[in-house]
Design a protein around this ligand. Sequence first.
Ligand SMILES: O=C(O)CCC(=O)C(=O)O
Ligand SMILES: [Fe+2]
Length: 312
Amino acid sequence: MEIERNQHISPKEKSHIPLVDLSNPDENLVARAVVKASEELGIFQVVNHGIPLELIRRLKEVGTEFFELPDAEKEAVAKPAESTDIEGYVTDYKKDGQGRKTWADHLFHRIWPPSRVSYRFWPKNSPDYREVNEEYAKEIKKLSEKIMGWLSEGLGLHRDALKEGLGGETMEYLMKVIFYPPCPKLDLLFGAPPHTDVNGATFLIADKVHGLQAFMDHKWIDVEYDDLGIIVIIANQITRMSNGRYNSGEHRATMDTMRTRISWPVFAEPNPDQVVGPLPELLTGDDDNAPKFKPYVYREYKFLKMNKLPID
Ligand SMILES: O=C(O)CCC(=O)C(=O)O
Ligand SMILES: [Fe+2]
């Protein structure tokens, strides 16, 4: 299994992750499809999601424009050397413990709640960057709450259960714009190594150069997606709150030999002080419902995971 997990060549097989059409008038059917995809692969795509396609197009445009700026302008929003937070522009080239290299530049900044937004990390160029990202923040929050609502009901709980478990209105949304340069030697570099996301749920869009892969049926597959759809990745905190019912989708990103790839994941997560663990309503006493995970202050969980320290 490990060999397959570390397999580095581009998979030959393409496979479709579950696709859920949110415009289907039968909401029960939509909710069931979202629940099933979250229990199984933990990665699915939603289309007709209600986010204006023109807004998605503009979001991609302003993000792409940022990476075309001269280095000095990008450095104006750089992550400060002394910062312990994630916000800012970073050029990242590193080796992991197994000698694999990753290389990607990124821009990271909170987009919600307004009280946690630092505009100093938002590019001034393009001039539309702020307006477009503020609009997208509202839309992605709405979509996230709709999906978490279905997932809460899928656990037999009230609609807001997962959102409340993540801190309700103190939940944070973080935009990451990732720029993967072309890489002629794919056997040496990963865009993003295999992982599950540490946050609650991730909502990802990407440009026409595909490169996201999911670990499905014991092998890596290229994720095929609609450029205007949104890929939803169930992440660790929803898995923990659901006591393991929902699966954190394992994924990684490859690069293209010739072309630059850009992706825009938004990470929905608890605020750093929120304690997150299996929702008490799910722990009803019999053995099957014993807690499978320890509750953690989110800041601590993140620290342990980032530093590969034991968690449960
Ligand atoms: O670029 C992608 O498609 C995936 C990025 C990713 O998995 C991450 O930043 O957590
Ligand atoms: Fe990820």
